[in-house]
Write a protein of this length. Structure first.
Length: 298
């Protein structure tokens, strides 16, 4: 399965339950949250009930239903209150969505909360795989040059960045063009051999002293008989909004670890200056030394 098909699969997995979970404006309900609450199948899902049963809003009608399972009033109240709980708690929605996907037999990593702060470096930011949600573009707007192999993914991303259809393994920019490069959950879409080309190319187009910022997930070794797709659910928090999303990719051949990415960076002449992990998700900051040899090799 190619990456563009993977994106479509994730969207189709998501759509019955939720769409973008943006903060409600003026208390307006989010359509995705409503559809979660109104989904009767969902109400029967024990795992999900376990996640919400202690919420005060939900506990009261649940207690009534334990005594009188057919009480229509308590059922209606429970549904309304579930909706309210989900409207206020995007992280809970994310956990529910994760459980629903797992119940469908999907291989879903634990949801991570990714806190994004504004990018303060000067100059242009090269955002690799910058289509889709376009998270980096949301943070740095017209300072971003978003490249993506998929025209459709770029078209779907919010306006702001300069968007160019380009393969990261063959960047058309001159060496030393960018102060900053970002890979926000784009390395996971590449095969192992492509990742080396990608990191070499990114190292080449960074200025001396420039930084590569990576957010990505570890992907365990695929074994025959397991799901073909692996999904990482994310709650991305920017200063402006919360975005509940998930990135899924055809699993076989996409195994990766933070360690392996660090090794690629070192081999391309980059120095790792920051390394953070949260479950399977990792964030790396790598710097191209100001006076170092150009070891990008391309
Ligand atoms: C999970 S999406 C990245 C998410 C995105 N950064 C965001 O903010 O939502 C991965 C992206 O990598 C792109 N991609 C896959 N292979 C690529 C390649 N060789 N060169 C450039 N982009 C690629 C895909 O088209 C996809 O849009």
């Amino acid at each position: 399965m190619e990456w563009n098909e993977c994106a479509a699969v994730v969207v189709s997995l998501l759509s019955p339950y939720l769409r973008r979970a943006e903060r409600p404006v003026d208390g307006a309900p989010r359509p995705g949250a409503r559809s979660v609450a109104r989904n009767q199948e969902w109400l029967r899902c024990q795992t999900i009930m376990d996640l919400v049963k202690d919420r005060p809003l939900v506990a009261a009608p649940l207690a009534v239903l334990e005594e009188r399972p057919d009480d229509a009033e308590a059922q209606a109240l429970l549904e309304t209150r579930l909706g309210e709980v989900f409207l206020r708690d995007t992280a809970l929605m994310g956990r529910v969505w994760t459980e629903l996907l797992r119940e469908e037999g999907r291989c879903v990593l634990d949801m991570a909360i990714v806190l994004m702060t504004p990018l303060i470096a000067e100059g242009y930011v090269l955002d690799v795989g910058g289509g889709g949600e376009g998270i980096i573009g949301r943070l740095a707007g017209d300072r971003v040059v978003a490249i993506d192999a998929s025209r459709r993914e770029l078209e779907e991303a919010p306006d702001g960045p300069l968007k160019i259809v380009m393969n990261v393994c063959d960047l058309a920019f001159l060496s030393g063009s960018f102060e900053t490069a970002t890979c926000f959950f784009s390395l996971m879409y590449l095969r192992a051999e492509e990742r080396w080309d990608a990191i070499q190319q990114i190292a080449r187009v960074l200025k001396p002293g420039g930084k590569l910022l990576i957010w990505d997930t570890e992907i365990p070794v695929w074994e025959p008989g397991t799901d073909e797709l692996i999904v990482v659910p994310l709650l991305v928090q920017t200063p402006e909004e919360e975005i509940l999303t998930g990135y899924g990719v055809s699993w076989e051949g996409r195994e990766q670890s933070a360690e392996a990415v660090v090794a690629l960076g070192h081999a391309a002449g980059l120095e790792v200056t920051l390394r953070q992990t949260q479950g399977s998700v990792f964030h790396l900051e790598m710097v191209k030394p100001a006076n170092g040899d150009d070891r990008s090799g391309v």
